[in-house]
Design a protein around this ligand. Structure first.
Ligand code: FRU
Length: 501
């Protein structure tokens, strides 16, 4: 792998490099791991979901982006647009570092739709002459002609009592007031949340203090990408804490993305959870999720996340000069105090031709000659709960990506240890998910280098990256009395080269 100097990483994106980047994209777009229905960057590294909103009759999604290679460098925002959360169009570069307050990158933040513009609140990652980091919370707006204008003055300056790590503003509205929730590290080195309030979006931001969570105060050494959402009568506090220790089958990923469900007490700056915080996703590769600022779907949160994890590498793909994806959009609802996560409603349109179907009672024989489609949707219903074993991207003596349900232990295991390309093994190559109500159904979205599994109609979700070789092209299915459907996936994302208009 190429060694990157600091200078190379912090090179701003230059239009004079257009031809070079276009060539890079041409090569990258040939990769067998490019996807058919996931948002991917034209070149370089994509990370956090940013500015996710429904505005001007479209879904707008932005993400953290470094164009020149698969490393974390000078961060820009890239913009994609969709009418249904499944068919996405590349719109190009959105925010770029242009001033002292964001001289080392436009870090993560959120969108806020208004009649005339979409506000974008983000963190300016600034370094002074002595290379000390100073985080500024900044504001920009996207108008209906697609023009982005940055506001001159920062809306929030660094708060005393916290280190240089104060970032990722989530801008939201509640009962006549605007709020910004930030993730931060206090001077004692602990992760926490800070809350601001204003009567206007552009000015008047006042620090209210820390948002406390009743009964919980250990969120590792830093909280990144906080989000707060009202879903029906409940609230969800979503965040990416860094530095949690693994506990059995939980928190085995280097950094996790977690949530509480509960009530929000704005008067006392307190979140009152109905139980402990839990992982939002039980797969290997998921971080920095964000809910859309939207009012289109009532009593529902719409969520996307970075299909990757901070400080992880994906060497075999990184070498091709690109890394990271956005996950499939999910719709979140709360039932009896529990979060349900389902594929967004338009995900049905990903299902193309029905390739394979077996009904419970029939023998699960293979009329696909065992060939694994590289992009497909698999639905498995296990009405009698007899257990299943599926091997995706297997080859003759290797089990590929294994999905196995152990009925006795009521545990679903994902195992990617027998794939040829292995990565981030230090954080485990299997994931075990205890299913308190047993296994009823799996809906699996496979897209060349991704596997997203929705378990029991939204009870759990597990998202994983894989990088199968050409000869890892078999599927093996084992189970008794199961219904299985396999649809070929439609291509909904165009891999075209768009950066500058
Ligand atoms: C999370 C994060 C954010 C930050 C951004 C920088 O992955 O570290 O806290 O704003 O990435 O790219």
């Amino acid at each position: 792998m190429k060694e990157w100097t600091t200078e190379e990483r912090y090179r701003p994106l230059l239009e004079s490099d257009k031809e070079m980047l276009e060539k890079m994209h041409e090569e990258i777009s040939q990769s067998v791991w490019r996807t058919d229905f996931h948002v991917q960057s034209v070149t370089g590294l994509m990370s956090d979901t940013n500015g996710f909103s429904y505005w001007n009759e479209k879904w707008h999604l932005f993400f953290q982006w470094f164009a020149y290679g698969a490393v974390h460098g000078m961060k820009h925002w890239y913009h994609v647009e969709s009418e249904d959360l499944v068919h996405w169009q590349n719109k190009g570069l959105a925010l770029q570092p242009t001033r002292y307050e964001d001289n080392k990158g436009c870090f993560s933040g959120s969108g806020f739709p208004t009649k005339d513009c979409l506000y974008l609140a983000y963190t300016g990652n600034s370094r002074d002459e002595l290379y000390r980091r100073i985080p500024y919370q900044l504001l920009a707006k996207l108008d209906k002609d697609g023009k982005i204008t940055k506001q001159q003055m920062p809306i929030i300056l660094p708060a005393p009592g916290y280190t240089e790590h104060q970032r990722d503003p989530k801008l939201f509205f509640h009962e006549g007031k605007y709020y910004i929730l930030l993730g931060a590290q206090n001077d004692a080195g602990k992760g926490t949340f800070i809350l601001y309030r204003s009567d206007h979006i552009e000015t008047g931001w006042e620090l209210l203090g820390e948002l406390k969570v009743r009964g919980y105060d250990d969120f590792g050494f830093m909280v990144e990408c906080p989000d707060i959402e009202r879903i029906g009568d409940d609230w969800m506090l979503l965040f990416s804490p860094q530095g949690l220790q693994p506990q059995g089958d939980l928190y085995r990923t280097k950094f996790n993305n977690t949530y509480f469900i509960g009530k929000m007490d704005f008067d006392n700056l307190e979140f009152i959870p109905n139980g402990p915080f839990v992982e939002l996703d039980r797969g290997f590769d998921f971080y920095a999720a964000q809910c859309a600022n939207q009012s289109l779907y009532p009593n529902t949160a719409v969520l996307e996340a970075w299909f990757g994890v901070s400080e992880y590498n994906y060497p075999i793909c990184d070498e091709q000069g690109w890394a990271g994806l956005q996950t499939l959009a999910r719709e979140l609802t709360i039932k009896d105090g529990k979060l349900l996560q389902r594929p967004c409603r338009a995900a049905e349109s990903i299902k193309g031709e029905l390739l394979f179907h077996v009904q419970a009672g029939e023998i699960l024989t293979d009329n696909m000659l065992g060939l694994m489609p590289s992009a497909c949707v698999i639905k498995i219903e296990d009405p009698y709960n007899e257990g299943i074993k599926f091997n995706l991207f297997a080859r003759s003596e290797r089990k590929g990506f294994e999905i196995f349900y152990d009925k006795k232990a009521s545990t679903l295991t994902l195992d990617r240890s027998e794939m040829t390309n292995r990565f981030n093994q230090d954080y485990g190559e299997d994931r075990n998910i205890y299913l308190p109500n047993g296994l009823k159904s799996l809906e699996i979205f496979v897209d060349h280098s991704t596997i997203e599994i929705f378990i029991n109609d939204g009870e759990f979700v597990a998202s994983s990256r894989i990088f199968p070789e050409i000869d890892e092209n078999l599927i093996r299915m084992g189970g008794k009395d199961v219904n299985v459907y396999i649809w070929i996936a439609n291509k909904t994302v165009v891999d075209d080269f768009v950066i500058w208009p």
